[in-house]
Each structure stands twice: as structure tokens, then as C-alpha cells.
Design a protein around this ligand. Structure first.
Ligand code: BGC
Length: 381
């Protein structure tokens, strides 16, 4: 065993997204939740008002970075009308991070759309591309103090669930629409990049890649892991990797024993992150792990989960892969989309008292173990 030291300035932290933590959003998801029999996000974690307290917690856990998303529907509730108060709100969020010496990683779109955008057909409509570029331009020119911008969160997960599997709004099962939406998202990223790129900012996407093994793995890799990144390879300064899934096609070996699963039934396979970051090396860009986490209400598996994933990242870095940060999903238990509040991903446990007071947060033991790794800035590999 050897000790691996992370470079000085390596980013350690956690991530959230607006609709999952803020509360009281009014967008296509909130409307869909109410119109269907799905769980309602409602006040969520009340993070919109309690971001300072939440950042105090992150700081107390030695985080030096934090990722969150800006809610487009707050900034532009009506087409072409900017809500300056909401722009100011997000400036305060960024200031609060800077005051705590935490580097902000800011996502411009984490799946929710303003109602007027949804009404015009969402990402199916080409017009949404220029609308998104205007919104991105407005935000990046109004807000100070952000170096890392993520245009889109997991475009292929959204497109798959919303237009192919049909379980997320607008619940379509239509291959043609799936292709159109995917192309429009690629275009939106590229156009945004061209419009907002400046020397002192770094732009990328957060890409959910799956570690595939078995007979169809190269085809699956091409479609689900590489396609989007290949299309935008000249329009990105870094790669954000979100890692959750391992998929083995038709394994002839017996069912493995000792496999650990999350509360959501997702297999825990830390080694996968090693192979994925090594695959990303071909893009010759810095890599940030923008999400990696486990739903584990009892906090029995999270400690090992974090440690093992970090170990495999360190092993890849030891082989020359340029990883520069790790953001655990998530800082807080939060609203897990169509599943609602039961999956518990948080370093911090929420008891969801409403109206939220900020006092219902409890740091889980695994968060302190993560803190130890951060403070040591090293792991045994
Ligand atoms: C998404 C998050 C989500 C997490 C766990 C990621 O794919 O970006 O919004 O909560 O996975 O499912």
C-alpha cells in the first residue's frame, strides 16, 4: 500500500441542484408533480433561504468547493423579462461561498424549465436554444465571482427519461423527439460556449457516464458515454463526470456475491470510476467529478462508498489522469425527482419539517469521515 497525496488546491465538496433543495419553485416539474400522481417537491429543503447555514455546515466539514444550479424559471419567469431580484439572490449565494473560501461550480440548467419554455415545446423547439443562450449570457454577464460554469447537467439522462423512457416530464416515448432534443442540447451547449467564453472562465457539462462491461459495452459506450462529449469536444474547457452506474451485459459468470446495493437498488462499484476517468483522458482536458453519491438512509455504506471511490480516483491520477476535484452528491438529503424524498443521498440528514427553519439538519457520521480524507488530502492506494 502506498499513500497518494492529492495536489494542493484539489477541490473537495458536495453538489446540489435548485429544484431538489431550494423549495417553492414554479417550473415545468412543479406543475407536472401537481398534475400527475407524483411526489411534490414543495418546500424541499428550504435551501433558498437557508443557503448560508448550509454553507456553514459544508465549511465545517472542510469543503473548499460547492456545486449548485441556478433556476432559470426564477431568473426569467416570463419570456425576455429578467427578475433582477433573483439574479441578486444567486449573486449572494456566490458571495456566501466566496466568503467561506469555497469555489463555486455553477450549473445553468439542471433539468427544469420555465413554464413559457415548456409551453413552446421545451428542448424540442429550436427556439429554446437561443432562449437558453440569452439566459446564459444574462447570468454570466450579471454575476461576478464564478470561474467554473456547467451549461447542462446530464443531457442524455434527461433526454432518455423525458423523451425515450417517458417517465419524466413531458413523458414522451418518441425516438424522433429524443434525437431532436439531443441535437438541440448539443447545439445549445456549443452556442452558449461561443457566446459566454472568456479567458478567466472555464465551461463544461456534467456528464453521467456508465461503466459498461460485456458484449455490447463498446456500442453502449459510444452512444451513451462518448457521443455528446465527442460532439462538443472543441467547446469545453473541462469535463464534469457524474458517476453512479455499472452495467454488465450478459455475464456468463455466476451472479457475484458480496455486491453492495444502495437503498435505490443501485449497485455500488467504485472501480468503475477508475475506468471512466481513464477513458476520458483522450479528451486531454481536466476532469472534475461533479457528482458521485449513494442513497443510504442508515448511513451504513456511505463511508466506504466515498472512501473507495476516492481511492480509485487516486489510482487513476497515479497513472496520469488529470482529476482536479471531487463533489459528493449531495450535501443535503433532497427531492429525488419522480421518486420524491425517500432516497437519502445527503452528507446531512433532513427531517423535512415545514415550514423549514434550517434547524432540521443533522450531519451524518460519514460526512466526518469524508472530512478526514479532505483534511489529510491523501488516501492509501
Ligand atoms: C442527478 C441528480 C440526482 C442524482 C441521483 C444525478 O443523475 O444529476 O439530480 O439526484 O443523480 O439520482
Amino acid at each position: 500500500m502506498a499513500k497518494f497525496e492529492f495536489p494542493k488546491g484539489f477541490y473537495w465538496g458536495a453538489a446540489t441542484s435548485a429544484h431538489q433543495v431550494e423549495g417553492d419553485n414554479h417550473n415545468d416539474w412543479s406543475e407536472w408533480e401537481k398534475a400527475t400522481n407524483h411526489p411534490v417537491s414543495g418546500h424541499a429543503c428550504g435551501h433558498y433561504n437557508y443557503f448560508r447555514e448550509d454553507f456553514d455546515i459544508a465549511k465545517s466539514l472542510s469543503h473548499n468547493a460547492h456545486m449548485f444550479s441556478i433556476e432559470w424559471s426564477r431568473i426569467e419567469p416570463v419570456e425576455g423579462k429578467w427578475n433582477e431580484k433573483e439574479v441578486q439572490h444567486y449573486q449572494e449565494v456566490i458571495n456566501a461561498l466566496r466568503e467561506r473560501d469555497m469555489e463555486p461550480f455553477v450549473t445553468l440548467w439542471h433539468w427544469t424549465l420555465p413554464l413559457w419554455v415548456a409551453k413552446q415545446g421545451g428542448w424540442k423547439n429550436k427556439k429554446t436554444i437561443s432562449d437558453f443562450v440569452s439566459y446564459a449570457e444574462k447570468i454570466t454577464s450579471s454575476i461576478q465571482g464564478v470561474k467554473f460554469w456547467i451549461t447542462l447537467n446530464e443531457p442524455e439522462v434527461y433526454t432518455g427519461n423525458s423523451y425515450f423512457v417517458g417517465i419524466w416530464p413531458p413523458q414522451k416515448k418518441n425516438l424522433l423527439q429524443y434525437i431532436v432534443v439531443m441535437q438541440n442540447l448539443i447545439e445549445a451547449h456549443k452556442k452558449t460556449y461561443e457566446k459566454i467564453k472568456k479567458l478567466n472562465i472555464q465551461i463544461g457539462i456534467a456528464k453521467n457516464n456508465i461503466y459498461f462491461e460485456g458484449i455490447f459495452s463498446s456500442l453502449a459506450k459510444k452512444i451513451l458515454n462518448s457521443y455528446f462529449l465527442d460532439k462538443i469536444k472543441k467547446h469545453q474547457d473541462f469535463i464534469g463526470l457524474n458517476y453512479y452506474f455499472h452495467k454488465k451485459f450478459f455475464s456468463l459468470t455466476k451472479k457475484e456475491t458480496g455486491v453492495v446495493f444502495s437503498d435505490m437498488g443501485w449497485e455500488v462499484f467504485p472501480e468503475g470510476i477508475f475506468h471512466l476517468v481513464k477513458d476520458l483522458k483522450k479528451y486531454k482536458k481536466p476532469i472534475y467529478i461533479t457528482e458521485n453519491g449513494i442513497a443510504d438512509k442508515k448511513d451504513e455504506k456511505r463511508r466506504e462508498f466515498i472512501k473507495e471511490h476516492i481511492k480509485w480516483i487516486a489510482r487513476a491520477m497515479n497513472e496520469g489522469v488529470d482529476v482536479r476535484g471531487y463533489l459528493y452528491w449531495s450535501l443535503l438529503d433532497n427531492f429525488e425527482w419522480d421518486k420524491g424524498f425517500w432516497p437519502r443521498f445527503g452528507l446531512v440528514e433532513m427531517d423535512y419539517k415545514h415550514p423549514p427553519t434550517g434547524g432540521e439538519r443533522k450531519i451524518r457520521p460519514s460526512a466526518y469521515e469524508y472530512k478526514k480524507i479532505i483534511e489529510e488530502n491523501s488516501v492509501e492506494i
